[in-house]
Design a protein around this ligand. Structure first.
Ligand SMILES: C[S@@+](CC[C@H](N)C(=O)[O-])C[C@H]1O[C@@H](n2cnc3c(N)ncnc32)[C@H](O)[C@@H]1O
Length: 191
């Protein structure tokens, strides 16, 4: 499915496996632990990161630091494709499911949600880390869904307009806020 080349890494992959991508778990690459990146990457740098429904498990501050961490382990011109639940999707059941703390028992996947991002805060977080950001899918403040015709072959996000089984037959059942965060070819703030 993927036309991926180079070192392309899935962060917090869980059960995800896409051709051309190296899945990693928190035990390998922990977004809250720079030393885990140092150990795993050594002198290498990634061409791309893919990260689906992970960032909402980090606090806002940890998310900001994780953005800087990913920036420093990407090659210039590389990108982080990152998807999270969308604060502006106007479906009460969805918002209940993705809310901070999650809807139910402690072992529910959403139980440790720390943040529910809207597109403005999410973009601003990556821009503050030095990225240039392209919005691929998001809802605006009026709840209107925007899909920017991106190519899933360059890095699939399952919970997306085209791939998610809940979005069929004109039904928009489950969306994500999805961005591509690019590290500029000539980086302004290498760290
Ligand atoms: C809801 S699951 C999503 C799994 C997979 N990406 C998917 O879309 O099916 C959240 C994932 O985030 C991972 N995660 C949570 N905190 C993390 C961290 N600090 N660093 C890396 N992964 C983390 C969890 O281990 C888990 O795999």
């Amino acid at each position: 499915m993927s036309t991926a080349t180079g070192l392309r890494v899935i962060l917090g992959a869980g059960g995800q496996a896409w051709d051309g991508w190296t899945p990693t778990q928190r035990e390998h690459l922990d977004l809250r632990d720079p030393a885990s990146f140092e150990r795993w990457f050594g002198e290498r740098r990634a061409d791309a990161f893919l990260c689906e429904h992970v960032w909402e498990h980090l606090t806002e501050q940890d998310g900001q630091e994780a953005a800087r961490l990913c920036f420093s382990y990407l090659k210039p011109g590389g990108f982080l494709r990152c998807a999270v639940p969308d604060a502006h999707f106007p479906d009460p059941d969805y918002q209940q499911m993705v809310q901070i703390g999650g809807p139910g028992p402690a072992d529910h996947p959403a139980a440790d949600h720390q943040v529910v991002y809207g597109y403005r805060e999410f973009v601003a977080m990556f821009e503050a880390a030095g990225f240039e950001v392209d919005l691929l899918e998001y809802c605006d403040e009026a709840g209107r869904f925007h899909y920017h015709g991106w190519d899933v072959a360059t890095g699939p996000i399952y919970r997306s307009f085209l791939l998610d089984h809940r979005n069929r037959d004109g039904n928009l059942g489950f969306v994500s806020l999805i961005v591509d965060a690019y590290k500029p070819e000539v980086a302004g703030s290498e760290n």
